[in-house]
Design a protein around this ligand. Structure first.
Ligand SMILES: Nc1nc2c(ncn2[C@@H]2O[C@H](COP(=O)(O)OP(=O)(O)OP(=O)(O)O)[C@@H](O)[C@H]2O)c(=O)[nH]1
Ligand SMILES: [Mg+2]
Length: 369
């Protein structure tokens, strides 16, 4: 396919054929993709991009199906990009996703596209970001990206989305402990799905107390949904719109333009928390990424601050090793001896467990005097 077959004007005029062909060009990174991307750029920055992530089978696609109905009712147009939707749990879910979103897929105010993360080793964020740009330039009001929560793809969602939504099904129990560091760190809104099930209240309580411990209890809403019955959907869309109004649009474009600098807001939040802990007489340690190899999700200079009780703010790994750094940081607070730590997995190991790519970080942990 030649890129000059695809006209920006056709995409912007609403041609679904032109849009589908442009998506394929970008997904497969064919010659002309970069040229197309450059031509789209001036038309980007208007769409509200939602990232929806969560464990396999958490209920993401069903939720998106319900959100489509609510957004359409509110007069919005919506594009959905489902990244690697065939998780081991629901198996072959490309078809399942179609069925779940089918009710709206024929509506010309909706466009649903599935893409596979396989074959995008390390490049998932880039391909996803470009496809989101395409939907944005095509004029969709809302662009939803669905990814299966698997460590680094969560981070990719955070980089692409204006509003990051993490879907937690009921009854995660101890698993919740294992995934909390990663998911809670990236969430702007938490959704407890399948609230028609009795275990859901317990999950709401667990998440709320974890958020409070982390000092994010006031800023991250927890919304209960039962997508099958349409419950909680209007409230979720209200929360999404509130977050979008406060956070603004085009985070992916701002961060692409200035990649190494941590967002001012993030650094400010971290400093404020450190000051608050210090003022309350608590011991504090600061972990800093000093070196990275391969595809580490956080750049050199990223910080994680930890207090003696193990509460933390910031991130050195995007979730994968945060728990280990927190325990080491507590040891540093206790004995005052700085430590240089290394964490990571090879691309091969990462691939074997279903992460998009491997990476390694070296982290320096010191007590804040
Ligand atoms: N009881 C109940 N079941 C639900 C609800 N939402 C989804 N499910 C079920 O949960 C299963 C997984 O739903 P999906 O929407 O495919 O979940 P997903 O997170 O998109 O799954 P993957 O994309 O494969 O990771 C399906 O069997 C759904 O019918 C709900 O609100 N209540
Ligand atoms: Mg799905």
């Amino acid at each position: 396919m030649k890129s000059d077959d695809i006209r920006i004007e056709d995409i912007r005029a609403g041609s679904r054929t032109a849009l589908a062909r442009a998506l394929s060009l970008i997904e497969n990174d064919r010659p002309g993709a970069a040229h197309l991307e450059a031509a789209l750029s001036p038309h980007c920055g208007r769409a509200h991009v939602l990232g929806i992530t969560g464990a396999p089978g958490a209920g993401k696609s069903t939720l998106i199906g319900a959100l489509l109905g609510e957004f359409l009712w509110r007069g919005r147009t919506v594009a959905v990009l489902a990244v690697d939707p065939s998780s081991p749990v629901s198996g072959g879910a490309v078809l399942g996703d179609r069925v779940r979103m089918e009710e709206h897929a024929a509506d010309d105010r909706v466009f649903v596209r599935s893409v596979s993360a396989r074959g995008h080793l390390g490049g998932l964020a880039r391909a996803t970001g470009r496809m989101v740009d395409l939907f944005d330039a095509a004029g969709f009001d809302i662009v939803i990206v669905e990814t299966v929560g698997a460590g680094q793809s969560d981070v990719a969602v955070r980089a692409v989305a204006d509003t990051a939504i993490v879907v937690c099904p009921p009854g995660l129990g101890d698993d919740l402990q294992a995934i909390k560091a990663g998911i809670l760190e990236i969430a702007d809104i938490l959704v407890v799905s399948k609230c028609d099930q009795p275990a859901a209240e317990r999950t709401v309580t667990d998440l709320t107390s974890m958020l409070t411990m982390r000092g994010r209890g006031r800023t991250v809403p927890v919304v209960r949904t039962a997508a099958g019955r349409g419950e909680g959907i209007a409230e979720l869309v209200d929360r999404i719109e509130q977050h979008g109004a406060a956070a603004g649009r085009g985070r992916r474009r701002r961060e692409a333009a200035e990649p190494p600098a941590p967002a001012g807001g993030e650094a400010g939040e971290l400093l404020a928390q450190v000051h608050a802990w210090r003022a309350a007489g608590q011991g504090v340690a600061l972990a800093t990424v000093v070196r990275t190899w391969g595809s580490s999700p956080r750049p050199e200079g990223s910080h994680l601050a930890v207090n003696g009780a193990g509460a933390f703010v910031g991130s050195v790994s995007g979730g994968c090793v945060e728990g280990a750094v927190v325990s080491e940081a507590q040891a540093v607070i206790a004995d005052g001896k700085p430590r240089l730590l290394e964490f990571g997995v090879s691309d091969e190991q990462a691939w074997a467990v279903g992460l998009a790519c491997g990476g390694k970080v070296q982290v320096y942990v010191e007590r804040v005097a």
